[in-house]
Design a protein around this ligand. Structure first.
Ligand code: PNW
Length: 459
């Protein structure tokens, strides 16, 4: 038995738009995802999150599921347009009341609530009237929204995450257009990323100035896939390193080292915005822990005619040309229903890479999981491939801890099947099956397996 440290946090994660539904209830304003889902050909089967898992009404059932799983912590996100329907101004009390009820219900069940402030559902007005993440005016607005959340929920919340995966907001939202608001550009992602980082830092400044005196911590969650060099040539080793710096260094270097990676400055040139000295100071040290969402790995190599990059998926979207990296798959790797490569070894290597580059931060894996093709209830109840996935990745986490990486927790994505963005309800990540006609929930085989891991604190 491989034992985890006694204080290791086992959890599951979700996000507001992917599970809540009730988009017109309780005074919620519209978000860019409501708008995006109405546009043709953006979402598989023209799905949307308008009812999703109906969690807004069924949250008590969902907390029961979590209690049954025995999780210690639950990571969920707050829908900004439930708190401020237009993204600014007075708080909407019905929205605050919904999250109060959820938080209290979790605490009553001995589950620690972890809050993400922004998991992609930007108030539509901020996009239509204020240019969304492309305008620096969003920094103050995000700070004010964050303040409302800290003041409303901060007495009970010990773990805050400002942004979920700003890489996705920037690259998928403004680079290849796969996510809301659907822009395609090779300049906008860098501007959006810049404003995302500044907004994160502002929220942290607001939080720290409030001094809630409750041992609470605040950080950011970034996503990164690992890159193995295709061959052991110096060119390919450098390509893999470059790819990682463009992926996670872009967002983590300013926070842990004070500025964007040098290689990005060189290759992106004047399309990469610059931080002022004051901004650098504000951003440096603005995360109490390293939140990591990790799903997959690819091979990286120096571009040459012979190797064709695989179009997108977990790739680098519109930024490909800037990185000068070819990405490919090892044909021996198994793939999930997302076509993402299953490579537990990459998880361990990435944890070690982060540990080294950022000088041993406290790391939490705030998401890890896989989509499997589950057309029937029977398939969902026999999700052995998901068990194998979790087994591999959780073992990799164990090995990283043996190698002295400060990994302190692991959140499975996701508690239940939900609205998987551009893939609608066709891609299923849940530990629990959701029937999207009846909204009935049931534990999958992997949920029973995860329950044992948590109970024994070992794998
Ligand atoms: C994350 N990529 O999204 C999100 O945080 C979740 O909301 C989502 O459901 C989950 O992972 C599964 O997709 C990602 O292209 C979306 O590399 C795309 C990528 C990575 C993460």
């Amino acid at each position: 038995m491989n034992k985890f440290p006694n204080d290791f946090v086992w959890g599951t994660a979700t996000s507001s738009y992917q599970i809540e539904g009730a988009v017109n209830e309780g005074g919620r304003g519209r978000s860019i995802w409501d708008l995006f889902c109405e546009q043709p050909n953006k979402i598989l089967n023209s799905d949307s999150g308008s009812t999703a898992c109906n969690h807004y009404y069924l949250f008590e059932d969902d907390v029961k599921l979590m209690a049954d799983l025995g999780i210690k912590a639950y990571r969920f996100s707050i829908a900004w347009p439930r708190i401020q329907p237009s993204g600014e101004g007075e708080p909407n009390l019905a929205g605050i009341s919904f999250y109060n009820k959820l938080i209290d219900c979790l605490i009553d069940n001995d589950i620690e609530p972890w809050i993400t402030l922004y998991h992609w559902d930007l108030p539509e007005d901020l996009y239509l009237r204020h240019q969304g993440w492309l305008s620096s005016s969003i920094v103050d607005k995000f700070g004010e929204y964050a303040r409302i959340c800290f003041e409303s929920f901060g007495d009970r919340i010990k773990h805050w995450i400002t942004l979920n995966e700003p890489w996705c907001s920037a690259v998928l939202g403004y680079g290849n257009g796969h996510h809301a608001p659907g822009h395609i550009s090779n300049t906008e992602p860098y501007i959006a990323a810049h404003n995302l980082l500044l907004s994160h830092a502002r929220a942290v400044e607001v939080y720290r100035d409030l001094s809630l005196n409750n041992d609470g911590v605040i950080g950011i969650t970034n996503n990164c896939d690992y890159r193995f060099p295709l061959t052991q040539t110096e060119e390919d080793i450098n390509a893999a390193e470059r790819s990682l710096e463009f992926f996670i260094g872009w967002f983590a270097d300013p926070i842990w080292k004070g500025d964007y990676p040098q290689i990005m400055k060189e290759l992106v040139g004047n399309r990469l915005p610059k931080f002022t000295e004051d901004e650098k100071k504000l951003i440096l040290g603005s995360s109490d822990f390293f939140g990591l969402n990790h799903y997959s790995s690819m091979l990286a190599s120096e571009p040459n005619e012979g190797i064709q990059p695989r179009e997108n998926i977990a790739g680098n979207g519109g930024m490909f040309e800037d990185q000068l990296v070819h990405l490919s798959d090892d044909p021996n790797w198994k793939k999930t229903h997302m076509e993402w490569n299953v490579v537990p070894e990459g998880c361990k290597e990435l944890l070690k890479w982060i540990d080294k580059r950022y000088n041993k931060p406290t790391i939490y894996i705030t998401e890890n999981g896989c989509a499997q093709d589950e057309p029937t209830l029977e398939a969902a109840q026999n999700d052995d491939d998901r068990i194998q996935f979790f087994e591999g990745y959780i073992n990799a986490c164990y090995e990283a801890i043996q190698d002295d990486v400060n990994l302190k927790g692991y959140f499975a994505w996701s508690l239940m099947d939900n609205f998987e963005w551009a893939w609608g309800y066709d891609r299923r990540f849940g530990l629990c099956r959701v029937d999207f006609n009846t909204f009935e929930r049931s534990l999958k085989k992997s949920a029973h397996w995860y329950k044992e891991v948590i109970k024994n604190n070992s794998i």
